[in-house]
Design a protein around this ligand. Structure first.
Ligand code: IPE
Ligand code: IPE
Ligand code: MG
Length: 256
């Protein structure tokens, strides 16, 4: 079975530790505002939660962690907040590279990086290169990412292949499209966490999360500590993932 087939036709699985966790890190602004501090203080505090979450995922044996850091819609925020987020992203990449290497973590950035400054793009490429040979947790940071952007880009690439005559429209199926998406080489998220109390997806991995278990917590991102992650993973372990089958079918096959 290829990775692509696994993505679009997931097999029911037990396994109490998710292979791939995706997190919408929300609530930084409210965390700061509750303290009478400017919003960027919340974003800075959020970096600590990133660090502890990454390290706990590595310890638990999670294979892939994808963190939503900046959406394609977040450009609509006040210019000063956007610019502070870019500065924070740049300095976090610089500061955390060594720590990621020490922890055998491989960093990948997903999203449209062309919109970033040349300096930031260079820093992203350098950090990815520095950690490229690591073999532990794959840390994906979604920056200028949107689920609709991802699917649109995939559709464009398929259209180009059709135009070049290397692909027939009739051959386009879910697996073909999935293969053109970001991180097509990795498993889909098993557990999708959103902090900060909102119960929405906000254009995160729309296609890839089709069968993710959703977990919403009121905890604001800067307060999301290792115990909070363990609670989410514990909740996940109690879910029955049916992928369209019945509970009785899973039981008959001994997969519960
Ligand atoms: C999430 O926190 C971080 C980003 C979107 C960059 P927010 O900044 O959205 O925090 P709230 O939702 O306003 O509290
Ligand atoms: C989603 O949070 C994006 C990130 C966490 C990066 P938002 O705070 O931007 O989402 P909405 O606007 O509340 O839906
Ligand atoms: Mg928010």
């Amino acid at each position: 079975m290829t990775d692509q087939v696994q993505q679009t036709q997931p097999a029911p699985s037990g396994g109490s530790v998710p292979r791939h966790i995706a997190i919408v890190m929300d609530g930084n602004g409210r965390w700061a505002e509750a303290r009478g501090e400017p919003r960027h203080a919340g974003h800075r505090a959020g970096v600590g939660a990133v660090r502890s979450t990454v390290e706990e995922c590595a310890r638990l044996g999670v294979e892939v962690l994808t963190l939503f850091a900046f959406s394609s819609e977040n450009w609509r925020r006040p210019a000063v907040e956007v610019s502070m987020l870019m500065d924070l992203f740049f300095s976090a990449l610089q500061k955390e590279a060594r720590r990621m290497n020490d922890n055998n973590i491989r960093l990948r950035i997903i999203g449209d990086r062309n919109a970033f400054s040349a300096k930031l793009q260079k820093r992203i490429a350098q950090t990815e290169a520095i950690t490229a040979d690591n073999t532990g947790l794959i840390l994906q940071v979604a920056a200028n990412y949107g689920g609709r952007w991802d699917i649109t880009e995939a559709a464009r690439r398929l259209a180009q292949q059709v135009q070049q005559g290397v692909l027939a429209p009739a051959d386009i199926d879910a697996d073909r499209l999935a293969a053109e998406l970001s991180f097509a080489d990795l498993p889909d998220p098993d557990l999708f966490i959103r902090t900060g109390g909102e119960r929405r997806i906000s254009n995160f991995m729309l296609w890839q999360s089709a069968y993710a278990e959703l977990y919403f917590t009121d905890t604001l991102w800067p307060d999301f500590d290792q115990a909070a992650l363990q609670a989410a993973v514990g909740d996940f372990a109690g879910r029955q993932r049916r992928f369209g089958l019945t509970g009785a079918q899973l039981q008959a096959e001994g997969r519960t």
